[in-house]
Design a protein around this ligand. Sequence first.
Ligand SMILES: [Mg+2]
Length: 403
Amino acid sequence: MRTIFLLDIDCFFASVEMATRPELRGKPVCIGGQRNDRGIVACPNYEARAYGVRTAMPLRTAAALLPPHAVFLPGNHSLYAEYSERVMDILYDFTPDIEQVSVDEAYMDVTGCLHFWKGSASCMALAIKERMQQQCGLSVSIGVASNRVCAKIAASLKKPDGLVVVPHGKEQKFLAPLPIEVVPGVGVKTLPKLHAQGIFTVSDVFSRPLDQQSWIGRYLMGVAAGKETQRMQYNRVEKSISRDTTFSQDTCDRDLILSTLYYLTERCCKTLRRRQHRATTVTAKVRFADFTTVQKQTTLPASSDHEDDIFASAQQLVQLLLPDKQFIRLVGVKVSNLSDTSSQQLELDGGKAEKIDRLYKRIDALQEKHGYTTIRWGITQHLHKSFASDARGYRLHSPVYEL
Ligand SMILES: [Mg+2]
């Protein structure tokens, strides 16, 4: 029997806005556009839902339902991407066996690490919830079961801030009384057909003649029996990690460009270390003032998760890409060709790499504990003067996460 968590952030986009803008707390908030825009609501917070606003409702309909102090925001996707990454980083501290299914949702197979929590899935889930609240200001709902579908259904039942644990062997009993529409995949098209066949609850699939030849029939029988055969698709090794940023004004200031590049490299390396990956390929990217974008990549002599190795290459690449006195809008770095640190071979350099490794990990731990600016590299001094910082690092003008 496996133990699977499904973790889902409550009202993700709206919650991130509320976590970063305290003035929004307590107010109805709709992400998706302004109140008179023609679009739809991408994400209402719970205060807005209390007025009947739902996801995918036209913004104008939502505006008609909500009081004048409701806040409409277009959405800030680079901020959501940053938070999504923070959330996933926390999950990787608990288990490497993660299948991320969307920006704010992931399955975790915790079977192999439950012994750290004396076998208690609820203790572990509560610890995850506490970290999410402390480090991101986000509330999450977690469902725990022996398979994915059952965990997902469990997570959906007690939102927000829910925790529903289905004990091993009790899956069928847990699911039996629930309305059939809680099953993922049963949508507005399927539901009336199931109702027409007399299927209203999950357990009804056993007492009604269901076409077991059809995919949906077999699927529903499997779900209702508390069994699911679909295996987790672990994101153990990602394809690449990248960081780039647009400057608030186009710049040709080499010091600013290189200190920003170092900082972005540092962010990449921290993520590599947290996820126990090393990279072999480094790509640098520059976007000029006229929006033409150039990038160049190089292969490291050996895979690394150290700033000194990766920055040395990234810096050389940027020097090659950037003619003197040319103004740029954006600089970025990407590391790819990733491998697992755990599968690395022993080093033959007398332990030097290992010492550097320990140094970086110690710096990570100190910054984690006392804030990013406790230990700063000289080269990033330039940023210290220009950007505000928080526990995790500088708040750059525009963090963008795709290269
Ligand atoms: Mg969610």
